[in-house]
Design a protein around this ligand. Structure first.
Ligand SMILES: Nc1ccn([C@@H]2O[C@H](COP(=O)(O)OP(=O)(O)OP(=O)(O)O)[C@@H](O)[C@H]2O)c(=O)n1
Ligand SMILES: [Mg+2]
Length: 397
């Protein structure tokens, strides 16, 4: 098979491959970029593979960065872009089911492609647009299946994260899991516990926010992978709801919020859950905000509740409720929010300093008064102007 018209991203990278070829080496586009090109998907970057050793690659280009030189990867800066160029390699010395520390460089492309995870990711393309397909990756692209290269079990022993990548690609590409590949995940799911949470999280989020998240999530549960993830073990019954959601979560923060909601985590347990998944504090704060807003949605929120949620949490909580199939009158809620006299404490016509200038003594009582003013303004009982508030304050003193 030959691609005649290469997209811009590849055309721009051609001189990089040609530079290697002119120096007497082989060079191919490889992996995800070839897969996504054939699927007509957006391509975020191109990866290049070559038989040149890293030191030889470095000699071919004026500017390079030793990105992962011990794994054979050099980044070449060319035409204002950066390209990861990796020497053909097989991975050896897997002791603990994670990516190996040691790699063995090899001289032919076949050896390199053989150690890749899935047939659809083991495609290479030369500068003429000719596709190298040693494992029927093209057939599998047609059939829309995720199939391990060679013996699935061996691929998962080399890097257990690949089991999560399988369900992630199911979701992102809307593909199915080939039977033997699926069985190898069922048989080896425990190995996922050897993988760092950060790497698992990255795949989990891609799976959970992909277009086929619900079907992929079903496999994530049924193959046993979820049993190896923080706080998800033994929670299959609660999590199964995910597989019949009305839509895929639209963002990472909505995904985590839905998981927290399905697990029925109380507010004080959310922090620990998020931390154990190695999420950032910023993400944890967002999820707490959305989960709290979601709870309020079910309890006829007051105007003060809407004010405290803020627009972002309100929108995300409505989104979560919609995805969960819970009826919410989103139009009324958003209209009410739009009509709030103030949307933020900063919108209040006065502040603490102003109160002090009016003769109010600083202290807890002042805090209570400020809060009382804010509530009255939000509820429309007091006009948000200095004049009106001054009059109200003088009555309180
Ligand atoms: N655990 C892994 C990770 C990667 N690869 C190989 O390295 C390529 C590049 O990896 P990566 O960029 O992580 O994934 P992509 O398949 O490119 O997917 P994405 O679009 O998410 O980058 C993959 O296509 C695959 O050939 C692999 O065999 N095993
Ligand atoms: Mg990639």
């Amino acid at each position: 098979m030959k691609i005649n018209q290469l997209p811009e991203l590849f055309v721009k990278a051609l001189p990089v491959l040609q530079t290697l070829e002119q120096a007497g080496f082989e060079a191919y586009f490889v992996g995800g970029c070839v897969r996504d090109l054939l699927l007509g998907r957006h391509i975020h970057d191109v990866d290049i593979t070559t038989n040149a050793y890293p030191e030889e690659v470095k000699k071919c280009f004026d500017r390079t960065i030793d990105t992962g030189i011990q794994h054979g990867t050099v980044t070449a800066l060319y035409g204002g872009e950066s390209y990861e160029i990796t020497t053909y390699r097989t991975e050896s010395g897997y002791q603990d089911f994670r990516r190996p520390d040691k790699v063995t460089f090899v001289q032919n492309l076949d050896e390199d492609l053989k150690r890749r995870d899935f047939t659809i990711n083991a495609l290479a393309m030369n500068t003429k647009g000719e596709i190298v397909d040693l494992f029927h990756g093209l057939d599998d692209l047609d059939k829309k299946v995720i199939r391990a290269v060679g013996v699935a079990e061996e691929r998962f022993h080399e890097d257990a994260l690949r089991m999560m990548r399988a369900v992630r690609f199911m979701s992102q590409l809307q593909f199915s899991l080939e039977g033997r590949t699926r069985q190898a995940i069922v048989d080896n799911h425990e190995l996922l516990s050897k993988i760092s949470i950060e790497r698992v999280r990255e795949e989990f989020v891609k799976m959970g926010t992909g277009p086929d998240a619900r079907r992929a999530f079903a496999e994530f549960l049924d193959t046993g992978l979820s049993e190896e993830c923080p706080h998800l073990a033994g929670k299959k019954d609660q999590l199964t709801v995910f597989t019949s959601l009305k839509a895929s979560p639209s963002s990472e923060r909505v995904l985590w919020s839905l998981i927290v909601i399905l697990l029925n985590l109380p507010e004080k347990a959310i922090g620990g859950f998020m931390k154990d998944w190695k999420n950032s504090n910023a993400m944890t704060r967002k999820v707490k905000g959305i989960a709290a807003a979601f709870d309020k949605l079910g309890q006829s929120p007051s105007d003060v509740d809407l004010f405290e949620m803020g627009a972002l949490n309100l929108n995300d909580a409505i989104d979560a409720a919609f995805i969960l199939g819970q009826p919410v009158d989103s139009k009324t809620l958003l209209d009410r929010y739009q009509k709030l006299p103030i949307k933020d404490s900063d919108d209040l016509a006065i502040d603490g300093r102003w109160l002090i200038a009016q003769g109010v003594r600083p202290g807890p009582k002042m805090g209570t008064l400020l809060n009382d003013i804010k509530t009255k303004v939000i509820n429309g009982d007091l006009v948000n102007s200095e004049l009106a508030i001054a009059k109200y304050v003088s009555q309180q003193l």
